[in-house]
Design a protein around this ligand. Structure first.
Ligand code: URA
Ligand code: SF4
Length: 207
């Protein structure tokens, strides 16, 4: 049974949590990845954005959403009226999972398994308990499954405000698509406008 649980210190603040996560061996993903990519942003943020896992750029730089998907997300947030500087941004899984045909070849993102999502869950739970956001924005299916269970389907609930109990606390959540899905969409402009529309629902829920 993979789990980050023994690596999560009791009573830690966010910087201490981040330092501890750097040494997490809770599942095999730490072996191939460069580093743990912990959440980043304002400890007192009103909104927490949860993605899937770091990508290639995030793995190299050690910060979430700094690559192409992050650039698109920042633009969509600004357009929806949510200041990215006032958000806390993190991922369901904190290490980059990828396949690589040969060393030095491009690293291709692989979706994390349910076991890996479950293993990494204690970090996300600890972040939630410390930041105590007023609203959680779920970016895509992986984040949704990590927070709401494996039956989560983003298409059914995107752009709505859900009220669910997570780790014993009532939370309000707005699910939307993952920004990487927008980058891959046939009609990128339409997909992007859909993301912005969902984020506007989140912005309204914050006022
Ligand atoms: N995609 C994610 O889900 N998270 C990141 O940090 C970057 C890309
Ligand atoms: Fe630990 Fe999560 Fe990394 Fe697995 S993915 S080693 S549980 S931080």
């Amino acid at each position: 049974q993979y789990t980050a649980e023994p690596f999560v210190p009791d009573g830690a603040d966010l910087p201490a949590l981040r330092r501890a996560a750097a040494g997490c061996h809770g599942c095999p993903l730490h072996r191939e990845a460069t580093q743990t990519v912990f959440g980043a942003g304002d400890t007192h943020a009103r909104v927490m954005l949860v993605g899937e896992q770091p990508g290639d750029q995030e793995d190299r730089q050690g910060r979430p959403f700094v690559g192409p998907a992050g650039k698109l997300l920042d633009r969509a947030l600004a357009e929806a009226g949510i200041d990215p500087a006032h958000a806390y941004v993190t991922n369901a899984v904190k290490h980059f999972k990828f396949t690589q045909a040969e060393p030095r070849k491009r690293r291709i993102h692989k979706a994390p398994s349910l076991r890996e999502m479950t293993a990494c869950g204690p970090w996300l739970a600890a972040e939630l308990a410390l930041v105590e956001p007023e609203l959680i924005v779920i970016l895509g299916a992986t984040a949704g499954k990590a927070l709401l269970g494996s039956s989560f389907r983003v298409g059914q609930v995107r752009g709505t405000v859900l009220e669910e109990e997570i780790h014993g606390r009532p939370e309000r959540l707005v699910p939307t698509v993952h920004p990487s899905a927008v980058l891959r969409a046939d009609d990128r402009e339409q997909a992007y406008q859909g993301l912005v529309a969902d984020l506007k629902v989140a912005a309204r829920a914050l006022t």
